[in-house]
Design a binder for this molecule. Sequence first.
Ligand code: PBG
Length: 317
Amino acid sequence: MRRLVAQTRLGVEDLIAPLFVRENIDEPVPIHSLPGVVQHTQDSLLDEVRTLCNLGVPAVMLFGIPGRKDPEGSEAWNHDGVVQVALRNLRDEFGDDMVLMADLCVDEYTDHGHCGIVVEGDVDNDQTLVLYQQAAVAQANAGAHVVAPSGMMDGQVMAIRAALDGSGHINTSILAYSAKYASAEYGPFRDAVDVQIAGGGDRKSYQQDPANRRESMEEIGFDLEEGADMVMVKPALSYLDIISDARSRYDVPLAAYHVSGEYAMLKAAGANGWIDETATMFEHLTSIKRAGADMILTYCTREVAEILRGTGSEPRP
Ligand code: PBG
């Protein structure tokens, strides 16, 4: 009866799996602060996406760890860069059966760890847009269905849309990380992509202040005017009010990113036996949907999909 009258449903089709692919490794490398998540080789990435596809997961979001970093992050638009190779392999095998999303930023590719060109200690917004345009075209050429700018530069969506249209990629969609906060909850992700921000710096000059609520509606509004097809709120659980505001104000597809720190907290408490990990995981993800998200990026994707599909070790909740 409870299932029948439930007002929120969590399904496999709501989930997007963030996946890491690393250059120059022969075996997948576990990420210490993200138990169960690895840096993939090109081969193990294909295996993982096969499994996700069979489980009915509709989309993946790719992040690359390049063999070489430089001040501009030029591997982000190299034709043979790690994510471009992965996209070509995946598109060859899966065609349109799996939605291929590519995180579009340069922080994994720069030697200073910032999301753009650094000029006199600060990221230069406008010079950075050119880098994002190059990366967008490279990702679309390699087969991305969706590019997902995550750098929070002003004007990035308009710049990327123009570059995509100008190179013939009129059907490539943009999922904008629109309301992205300067959060402490990205810590494990930076282990996952081997990023340390130079000089102990932070991203407070381009990501949002957690104290600000109304500002997010401005940010989302700008991205939609500039041509975003879907928008995102990130992180998720500490920002359910933002998800709820966005849901009531905008009728576009809305994603929420259940980020690395949220996953790590769940896994750490679960491993200690301090919480019922599976029940908490479902409660968290259901709450993100209840707040108004249409889709959730989460490192729990495979585990949740296995449980929902009845192939996992836990009973269906
Ligand atoms: C930037 C990017 C970050 C995440 C996704 N894209 C890191 C950051 O902004 O510092 C974080 C995701 C997570 O914590 O799971 N390319």
